[in-house]
Design a protein around this ligand. Structure first.
Ligand code: GDD
Ligand code: MG
Length: 345
């Protein structure tokens, strides 16, 4: 068993956070996102992992290296230009020799992959796809299944509202036998969603659906990215333990850090600071009486005295002045400068 993680998208819906950090390594609770997916794979003892990259590949390679720091073996398949989800799989063909777990590199879940692998083997499937129910399938791939035997009957990517016939969508997790590679043309853009899956159905390949009703989220929009951070610190995802939230030397004794917040100990918190249900990364500087609530603040950011940040994501190296109010839904790109007394959101 080996794994391929599709980690080459541009992350456009997560801009501006993905301008300088590719989506697969944006931090969730101060840890690069892909570490959560590697943990899922390790729990199923899948340790041979191919990362399929296209956008800012060097940043990802630099962060994860050969995987030895994380007890996995990582190899890389880099596309000169994006080949789409299935084109990326085909591009890695020389590295694929066994049954392969394929992940979209932006889904956060604590699914037990051992169960999915067992399900796949019992049915001798050519392909197994994990489905999950969502309230509105229009942003995803809708999947209809045969209620009797769990076979996939229909796959419809990004359905229009009037095309929605059920609530189960493609969770971006597949198990594929190597013969699925034959369904993908070489060297040209091709998608699982529009090309391979409809063809597997046409050829009546054994294509089965495993339905997961536990935690699942695509982190690919700013609101979902923020929610994923709060879910991890809130213990709603049973995966990596949140990084130890020891008190840093530069935390004033009167600075309050309310559980389950996570503040990197290299940061400075001045007198009267309040951190509530938030993640604060490395080397931030939070001045007197500033309050950060339900938010993510990335590394090297300064927040001035008396300012409030609520329901927001603040990029790296930002400079927020004094008495600023940053409100719900605000997303600031790296190095943003917000002058004193400004109000947003
Ligand atoms: N290597 C590579 N090359 N990776 C790619 C490429 C490419 O050309 N294009 C996309 N990816 C990666 C992205 O980095 C991401 O991890 C994954 O493939 C899925 O792409 P998204 O752009 O995030 O797709 P989506 O969220 O709109 O839809 C997909 O995921 C949904 C679940 O979150 C589809 O698979 C839907 O069917 C599914 O429901
Ligand atoms: Mg996505």
């Amino acid at each position: 068993m080996q794994a391929l993680i599709l980690a080459g998208g541009k992350g456009t819906r997560l801009r501006p956070l993905t301008m300088h950090t590719p989506k697969p390594i944006v931090p969730i609770a101060n840890q690069p996102f892909l570490l959560y997916q590697l943990e899922l794979l390790k729990r199923a003892d899948v340790r041979d992992v191919i990362l399929s990259l296209s956008y800012q590949p060097h940043k990802i390679e630099e962060k994860l290296g050969d995987g030895s720091d994380y007890n996995v073996r990582i190899s890389y398949a880099v596309e000169a230009s994006p080949l789409g989800t299935a084109g990326a799989y085909r591009n890695a063909a020389s590295l694929i020799s066994k049954t392969t777990v394929v992940f979209n590199g932006d889904v956060l879940t604590d699914i037990d992959m051992n169960e999915v692998i067992r399900f796949h083997r019992e049915r001798q499937a050519a392909a197994t796809i994990v489905l999950t129910p969502v309230p509105n399938p229009t942003a995803y791939g809708l999947v209809e299944t045969d209620k009797k035997d769990g076979r996939v009957c229909r796959f419809l990517e990004k359905p229009k509202p009037e095309e929605v016939t059920c609530d189960t969508i493609n969770a971006g997790i597949y198990i594929l036998e190597p013969r699925v590679l034959d369904y993908v043309p070489e060297g040209e853009p091709f998608m699982f969603e529009y090309g391979v899956f409809p063809q597997l159905l046409e050829r009546e390949e054994p294509f089965f659906a495993y339905v997961w009703r536990g935690y699942w989220r695509d982190i690919g929009t700013a609101s979902s990215y923020l929610a994923a951070n709060l879910d991890v610190i809130g213990g709603r995802v049973k995966l990596l333990a949140p990084v130890a939230s020891e008190r840093g030397e530069k935390f004033d004794a009167t600075a309050e850090i309310e559980a389950p917040s996570v503040v990197d100990p290299s940061s400075t918190l001045k007198a009267g600071v309040q951190i509530i249900n938030s993640v604060v990364s490395r080397n931030c500087y939070v001045e007197e009486r500033a309050r950060i609530e339900d938010s993510v603040v990335r590394g090297g950011t300064r927040i001035g005295a008396g300012s409030t940040v609520r329901g927001a994501v603040i990029g790296k190296g930002c400079h927020i002045g004094r008495n600023v109010e940053i409100g719900d839904g605000s997303v600031l790109g790296d190095k943003s400068v917000v002058s004193d007394y400004s109000q947003t959101g």
